[in-house]
Design a protein around this ligand. Structure first.
Ligand SMILES: CC(C)(COP(=O)(O)OP(=O)(O)OC[C@H]1O[C@@H](n2cnc3c(N)ncnc32)[C@H](O)[C@@H]1OP(=O)(O)O)[C@@H](O)C(=O)NCCC(=O)NCCS
Length: 185
């Protein structure tokens, strides 16, 4: 049985073609190369990815968060379709919340398609709650967006909560023969 290492990393310009590949596979081309380049250069934006080693250096998922005042705005969360359902989405969301905590942000928010059951279920596991709905927000099919929020990122118990999540994510990944390299930040 082959165990591969999995690492959460801050991405940079060398990852751009793999970032675009995931964007295309998951969203059909949501952001352009210029948009991702702007994010990579912006001091208020963090783009992270899950990278598998050593087989070949490959990016399996990406996530992006903007820091605006005391809020973390999650703008992208995507796992390559071939690797969904193994815990990588949880790992990425955990990484974003870790960054938000380290940046001293108070709460996290995002918009999600009302029909996106997988993503909504994932966010709920991490304490996100529905705060509102934007009617016909998505132009392609006129679908509503749910607005989700998660507060308490600076409460004293939150680092402990992050540690507990990391342990359970590591266990989940192990079932799929992934070994999580713990360093991140
Ligand atoms: C949403 C997404 C990031 C989840 O990533 P993933 O790696 O498949 O998720 P995980 O394996 O970490 O699963 C985490 C949780 O998500 C939920 N989930 C994932 N896939 C699901 C599915 N097919 N149906 C219902 N819930 C699902 C579950 O709550 C799951 O926890 P559980 O397995 O313990 O029940 C992934 O499906 C994806 O990239 N989708 C396309 C892009 C997208 O819609 N992004 C969200 C934009 S807001």
């Amino acid at each position: 049985m082959n165990i591969a290492n999995l690492e959460l990393q801050h991405l940079n310009h060398s990852h751009i073609s793999m970032i675009l590949e995931i964007d295309r596979a998951c969203f059909g081309g949501l952001w352009t190369i210029e948009a991702y380049q702007r994010e990579l250069d912006s001091p208020n934006s963090d783009i992270i990815g899950v990278i598998a080693t050593p087989s070949s250096l490959s990016l399996l998922g990406i996530a992006c968060v903007w820091s605006i005042l005391e809020e973390a705005h999650i703008t992208i969360l995507a796992v390559h379709p071939q690797y969904q359902g193994q815990g990588l989405g949880q790992l990425l969301l955990w990484g974003l919340l870790q960054i938000a905590h380290e940046r001293s942000l108070e709460r996290a928010t995002l918009e999600v398609r009302a029909s996106n059951k997988a993503a909504i279920s994932l966010y709920r596991k991490f304490g996100f709650q529905t705060a509102g709905r934007r009617k016909r927000y998505y132009q392609d099919n006129g679908e509503d967006a749910l607005i989700l929020w998660r507060g308490d990122l600076q409460r004293p118990h939150f680092p402990q909560q992050l540690d507990q999540w990391q342990d359970s994510i590591r266990d989940r990944l192990r079932v799929y023969h992934w070994h999580l390299i713990p360093e991140f930040g």
